[in-house]
Design a protein around this ligand. Structure first.
Ligand code: ATP
Length: 494
């Protein structure tokens, strides 16, 4: 009915907007979703690239590898996406090449929103939450920030009575902005104006722009009293102790709580895991929420991933129904999270399906930073006494204790094998010693049943003898995204 009135009596648009504040139900088709046999798992359509805002190079930068882009001060660029401390940029004149440049070398020159009190530009999701939940801000405070995963899009963060809410602001090919597909706006200002008066369609009031209070980011605001957490169910047990699901009373969020075994002497490792988590923020890495270090047991509180670890999940009844498109989608997310670590020169050292956590709609996040290290040079050496997950570890790391981003790439190849075999143990039936001997003789895991040559080729590339021959995580991510896009479209058409 709404569509009928809007179409035939457009002059009464104000009346229709008043009657149906959610906006016109535009018959824009939603992206097709690939369903499993059970039909209950949905994954998004592959990302569409839209026109990016205009950036300029602040300084000259000379590429040091094939992935990087040489730029001259003043070059006009479009930024395709942020990748850690780098941005993937494309020149807008001359060669039109694209590649990575340090984020600090470019500046946004067309940011038409800078004068708006609600526009906070590059503030991270975590910092936006801290700002909104600070005592200076009341329910209804809101801000707009550049999306952490796609620099061409924005997020609207709003505080309700108890917690922050985030809404992704998408772009259409024509450059319009929207939160719901049926309501597009030519500018962000208009989108904000609209949702101020039609806030019910968001479910949360947009009353006043967030108040700035930058100083509060200083100091360790992660520490929380343990009484704020209610334990619910034991999820598993790891090296450090038990992991429980629970509720963070203050925010009503479901969380995972990792506890340190009292008798354990691994306190140092545990502390390192927390330190690593504090500095890392990416949608494909598990997010730290809080720590409770006063009293015992010590808690590390992180986001809860509803489906647990990837290895167990793939082996479950639900996991076994996934088709190749789902599996590749999951693998590409892991590569995305690892590319973020790669940019920061962080080696994970324990990349395996058991250390990937799965959430709703097959969201995958890299977890278990217990062994992660920031490396100053390209290689990190560990003592001979360190325990190594041999079947996942590159030969140079197993034999000479040399860990690098490229040894993580080797492990990614094994993880890919685990994914396409639904969690099968690699080198089944072989001892660690046999594996090491065979690898040194050039043996590699065979192509799993039903695995395409293209995907097996990616595994073999990850298992090249020398690190320099192995692909980067950025390259792995884009290869997997291309495969995913093809599989997705074939599937949607069939
Ligand atoms: P290790 O501690 O030796 O690395 P691990 O990875 O199995 O081993 P934990 O990280 O302590 O150990 O986790 C134990 C199990 O708890 C995981 O395998 C997973 O199933 C579950 N788990 C851990 N963190 C979460 C989380 N954030 N959300 C959901 N489940 C989780």
């Amino acid at each position: 009915m709404e569509a009928f009135f809007r179409r035939y009596l457009p002059c009464l648009v104000k009346l229709w907007d008043w009657l149906w504040p959610g906006g016109q139900e535009d018959p824009v088709s939603r992206p097709a979703e690939i369903r499993t046999v059970a039909g209950d798992i949905k994954i998004p359509a592959p990302a569409r690239k839209t026109s990016a805002p205009l950036y300029a190079a602040l300084y000259d930068f000379t590429a040091r590898s094939e992935e990087e882009l040489t730029i001259k001060e003043g070059d006009k660029l479009s930024v395709i996406e942020k990748q850690g401390d780098f941005v993937l940029a494309q020149k807008l004149s001359g060669s039109l090449e694209s590649g990575l440049v340090p984020a600090t070398y470019v500046t946004l020159i067309r940011d038409e929103f800078a004068n708006n009190p609600w526009y906070f530009g590059n503030v991270s999701r975590k910092d936006a939450e801290k700002l909104l939940m600070s005592p200076l801000n009341k329910p209804g405070s809101y801000l707009v920030r550049i999306s952490e995963s796609n620099s061409d899009e924005y997020s609207l963060s709003v505080r309700n009575e108890t917690q922050p809410n985030h809404f992704r602001i998408y772009r259409t090919h024509a450059g319009d902005y929207y939160i719901t597909e049926n309501k597009h706006f030519p500018s962000l200002d208009e989108l904000i104006d609209y949702y101020q008066s039609h806030w019910k369609s968001l479910g949360v009031l947009l009353a006043q722009p967030c108040t700035q209070q930058k100083e509060q980011f200083d100091g360790d605001s992660w520490e929380r009293p343990r009484e704020e957490f209610v334990l619910q169910e034991k999820l598993g047990e790891g090296h450090y102790g038990e992991v429980w699901s629970g509720v963070w009373k203050m925010t009503k969020k479901m969380v995972a709580i990792k506890m340190l075994k009292q008798e354990d002497m691994k306190q140092d490792e545990f502390v390192k895991e927390v330190q690593a988590l504090k500095s890392l923020h990416h949608p494909k890495l598990i997010e730290l929420y809080a720590i409770c270090t006063r009293g015992e047991p010590v808690y590390i509180v992180t986001e809860l991933m509803s489906k647990g670890n990837l290895q167990v999940y793939l082996n479950s009844a639900e996991g076994r129904q996934l088709i190749l498109a789902h599996l590749v989608y999951m693998a590409s997310q892991v590569a995305e999270g690892m590319a973020y670590l790669e940019d920061r020169k962080i080696v994970h050292r324990d990349l395996a399906a058991r250390n990937i956590l799965v959430g709703d709609n097959l969201v995958c996040k890299v977890a278990d930073f217990g062994l992660a290290r920031i490396i100053k040079d390209d290689v990190y050496s560990v003592s001979a006494a360190t325990k190594i997950p041999v079947k996942w570890t590159a030969p140079e790391a197993t034999s000479f204790h040399k860990f690098s981003v490229k040894s993580d790439v080797w492990s990614f190849g094994i993880l890919l094998y685990e994914i396409v075999t639904y969690g099968k143990m690699p080198y089944e039936g072989m001892t660690n010693k046999e594996v090491v001997n065979m690898l040194n003789k050039g043996y590699r895991l065979p192509c799993p049943e039903n695995c395409s040559n293209t995907i097996y080729k990616i595994m073999l590339d990850c298992w090249k003898d020398t690190g320099t021959e192995r692909p980067s995580f950025h390259a792995l991510r884009s290869q997997l995204e291309v495969i995913y896009s093809k599989l997705y479209h074939n599937q949607s058409e069939s």
